[in-house]
Write a new protein. Sequence first.
Length: 145
Amino acid sequence: MNIKKISSIETYPVRHEVLRKGKPIETCQFKGDNDEYTTHFGFFFEDKLVGIISIFKENNILFPESNQFQIRGMAVLEEFQGKGLGAELVKKAENHCLNFNTNLIWFNARENAVPFYEKLNYKIIGDSFLIPDVGIHFVMYKKIQ
């Protein structure tokens, strides 16, 4: 098992299966996927891509820190969930962000993913909100420096 950088297009099969099931494949393309500071990582098991995470240089006005990154599209195929792969992907993203002197990582977490992120010391800020056709989310964050 290993984690390596991948292209945005390589994330689509896992994004589609886990995050956009039943929706057109075009919904797997995120604004900023190919920006200069965006990075995508894939978790491979026996040469099969089984988990993904994307890191975007994006500030959220909820936080005063000037150097923020946003996690988007974190997903692990269902048959590989609960094995620690997601935590490894998040740690890889955090270490990557440290290379850019990042102050804070934030993201919009699905309601059912909140306990997973809380175990990784992420905290909720504000109230829940609805993303149409996706579900209830919370903004979560962690200061990493």
